[in-house]
Design a binder for this molecule. Structure first.
Ligand code: SER
Length: 317
């Protein structure tokens, strides 16, 4: 039993992942790192360190000094923020992943888990039932850097035998850490506005269908692939994941079943152009067959759970 490093631990997925794995594998086995220093003891006793993944020396030291044997590399700049800051996206997503993989082999790490994304797809990718191996020629910096991360991961696995594994996440919906940097985050924002009793102005058109998933299923999937026997994995970090696909209008309808007077209008901005290059639906069979992907939430059960939790948190916008 070694020590697990989580990068990007204050991000949308990292925050919940640290809590989950510290309960599952023991607090003393986890080191939560992020480029930001947490203001308080966010992870109740889990050791936290400051780490900028784009700094190669710092990544090597963090792994060596803490005797790290496994890494969840969750640090990443999402699509909308990446389009506004392409240099930052390159440094964190491409260089950061290179640093983690390179340090992984040099420092003797046993396993690295890296999330990829639907952002690797582009305008030439088919729109529906997209297979794992397909055209991946994205037009966003986010996509370019995540395709790089996919190719680097496969390269390090094949060439150096490093155990790298991961999934292509769709839009992830959650209530604990409000996201703000992705194109799919309108969905989270819509729930916040609905519960706060406000009208929501959506930055995507009402009929923009994208693949999505609720956070408990996203976390469960990451643990499943992390624990899967290596010889069962046909792919590296390219496993397509999606629990369902919907457009903003359908999400509005689902929320309206619980909050009938909730109003939404539409004012597409630059994020529409990003969303227009992504597929509507994905073929997730490889994940089901190789490591038992089995999401539990559908759209309406997710809506009920989101609204219940946001109400308990008394959210405002
Ligand atoms: N949620 C991501 C984004 O919108 C896609 O994986 O950037």
């Amino acid at each position: 039993m070694g020590t697990i490093l989580v990068t990007g631990s204050l991000g949308q997925i990292g925050t919940e992942l640290v809590t989950l794995i510290s309960q599952k594998y023991g607090k003393s086995r986890i080191i939560a790192s992020d480029v930001r220093v947490p203001e308080h003891d966010v992870f109740s006793g889990v050791e936290t360190i400051k780490l900028d993944v784009s700094d190669s020396t710092a990544v090597h030291s963090a792994i060596r000094d803490n005797s790290i044997t496994e890494i969840f590399h969750m640090a990443g700049i999402l699509s909308a923020l990446g389009e506004r800051n392409p240099d930052l996206a390159f440094r964190v997503n491409a260089l950061g992943t290179f640093n983690v993989l390179e340090a992984g082999i040099k420092e003797g790490v046993n396993k690295v888990v890296i999330p990829s994304t639907i952002g690797v797809f582009g305008p030439e990718t088919p729109k529906d039932n997209v297979p794992v191996v397909t055209v991946t020629r994205p037009t966003t910096m986010y996509g370019v850097t995540k395709v790089t991360a996919e190719l680097l991961s496969s390269y390090y696995r094949r060439k150096f035998g490093l155990d790298v594994r991961g999934v292509r996440y769709p839009g992830i919906i959650s209530y604990k850490t409000p996201p703000s940097a992705g194109t799919t985050d309108y969905a989270v924002d819509m729930y916040y506005h609905a519960v706060a009793g406000k009208k929501y102005t959506c930055y995507l058109k009402q009929d923009t269908v994208l693949p999505m998933m609720y956070m408990p299923d996203a976390l469960d999937s990451l643990i499943k692939i992390y624990e899967a026997p290596a010889n069962k994995l046909r792919y590296t970090i390219e496993y397509n994941l999606s629990a369902f696909s919907f457009d903003p209008m359908t999400l509005h309808k689902s929320i309206s079943k619980i909050i009938p007077d909730f109003r939404v209008d539409y004012k597409p901005d630059y994020r529409q152009e990003i969303a227009d290059t992504w597929p509507r639906t994905l073929d997730t069979r490889a994940a089901v067959e190789d490591w038992g992907f089995s999401p539990r939430y559908d759209l309406d059960s997710m809506s009920r759970d989101m609204v219940k939790n946001l109400r308990e948190m008394h959210v405002s916008v």
